[in-house]
Design a protein around this ligand. Structure first.
Ligand SMILES: *Cc1c(COP(=O)(O)O)cnc(C)c1O
Length: 415
């Protein structure tokens, strides 16, 4: 759910018309609804009152977003030293930070140890050995979970499916017991959990439950063999509605998991990203041209794949709505909505039936709050978009639009 809705033919974010924001801050622009963000944080907290909920920072890493979530008691699931820096700057406490990723560098491990984060989600034995050495050098102990790969098919897009045997993530179930006993013997490692994350944009409960049963069995086995497993981190992955998907609600997942938790002396950790932030944001873009070729009708907009990569990267669907409904009675038309970038993959929609659009119209690309701005780049030397946070009838710029000077600020001319 979200707080973007039409009132008198005008699309609003909470109590602010999106057309007004576009007129005042320009386009392209990301607009987030604080009310939606807080609502989603509370839905997770209510469904899992005992759990540690760590927002996957890679979904939306703006420090205002992280700060808002931290105030709701949500921690951070980080995958880099950069995300650690952001989370701390946003006010996320170290005891609410977990650190995943297959390629943690030594300096990133050291930074996380110095900050005394809650847990490393370790993805290989080599990484474990490095964490042991860095922890020893810093005269501290690293709390860890091993990320295990339950070999469960998340039935999602192959690029965001991570829990299969062939994926690069985690350690295999076959060696998990042995690896846990190895970790347990290391002097500067404290084993405290099991981690898994099987993929993103999951729209059914079954893969979660299948994975959880496997993790649960491993936990019971480890506990019986004297390893103190206290945390089960089931990762993120709950999907959202982009088109017609009906993903499970956090409460449904909680109910399905509850009976499997009962006899476990463990606290749950969850790492939702998309489910918290996805429907919190829209991407506003302005129609530059309507171009009719022999084959097709194109709507050329001022946003592009560098701003919002999901359609070109995954072929994903985003609902696209005019911020002012066309009341002229013109027929809807089938169009491709494309950006100005020199790639044919630069599109937001193909063969989409849209209300008639004209030069200057503002379109809202819905469900752009997760993996939107965070995946943006400067490709084609396009300054990155402004980010805005709406709060009831007010809004605030939470990241200014990049300037042309920003584009070259780290570059040097030859002497
Ligand atoms: C990406 C990721 C998440 C978040 O996934 P969502 O589908 O956005 O909920 C959580 N944990 C890990 C380890 C991830 O890589």
């Amino acid at each position: 759910m979200h707080y973007f809705a039409y009132r008198n033919d005008e699309l609003y974010c909470e109590d602010v018309p999106l057309a007004r924001i576009a007129a005042e801050v320009g386009t392209p622009a990301y607009v987030y609804s604080r009310r939606t963000l807080v609502h989603h944080a509370r839905v997770f907290r209510q469904a899992f009152p005992e759990a540690l909920i760590c927002f996957a920072v890679k979904a939306n890493s703006n420090i205002s977003i992280l700060h808002t979530l931290a105030q709701e008691g949500i921690g951070a699931d980080i995958v880099s030293g950069g995300e650690l820096f952001r989370a701390r700057r946003a006010g996320v406490e170290p005891e609410n930070i977990v650190f995943a990723g297959v390629g943690k560098r030594e300096d990133e491990i050291a930074a996380a140890l110095k900050q005394d984060i809650f847990m490393f989600n370790v993805e290989s034995i080599e990484e474990l050995n490095l964490i042991q050495r860095v922890a020893q050098e810093l005269n501290t102990t690293a709390r860890i979970a091993l990320r295990v790969n339950p070999d469960v098919d998340a039935k999602t897009h192959p690029y965001i499916s991570t829990g299969l045997r062939e994926n690069k993530f985690g350690i295999s179930m076959d060696s998990a017991l042995m690896d846990y006993h190895y970790a347990h013997r290391l002097s500067h490692i404290q084993v405290q959990g099991i981690h898994c994350h099987i993929g993103s944009q999951l729209t059914t409960i079954e893969p979660f439950i299948d994975a959880f049963k496997i993790i649960r069995a491993l936990a019971l086995e480890l506990i019986a063999s004297g390893i103190d497993i206290r945390y089960l981190d089931m990762g993120g992955g709950l999907g959202i509605t982009y088109e017609r998907e009906k993903p499970p609600l956090p409460m449904e997942l909680a109910h399905a998991m509850a009976p499997l938790m009962e006899d476990l002396p463990c606290t749950l950790i969850l790492e939702p990203g998309r489910a918290i932030a996805g429907n919190t944001g829209v991407f506003l873009t302005q129609v530059l041209y309507t171009k009719q070729t022999e084959e097709k009708r194109f709507i050329v907009v001022d946003g592009a794949m560098n701003d919002l990569a999901r359609p070109s990267l995954y072929g994903s669907f985003h609902d696209i709505r005019p911020v002012q409904l066309n009341t002229s009675g013109e027929e809807p038309v089938k169009v491709d909505i494309v950006g100005p970038i020199c790639e044919s993959s630069d599109f937001f929609a193909r063969e989409r039936l849209m209300p008639a659009c004209h030069h200057g119209d503002i379109l809202a690309i819905m469900s752009a709050g997760a993996y939107g701005f965070t995946m943006s780049s400067n490709y084609n030397s396009r300054p990155r978009a402004v980010e805005v946070l709406v709060d009831d009838d007010q809004y605030r710029i939470i990241r200014r639009r990049e300037t042309l000077e920003d584009l070259i600020q780290h570059e040097e001319l030859p002497q």
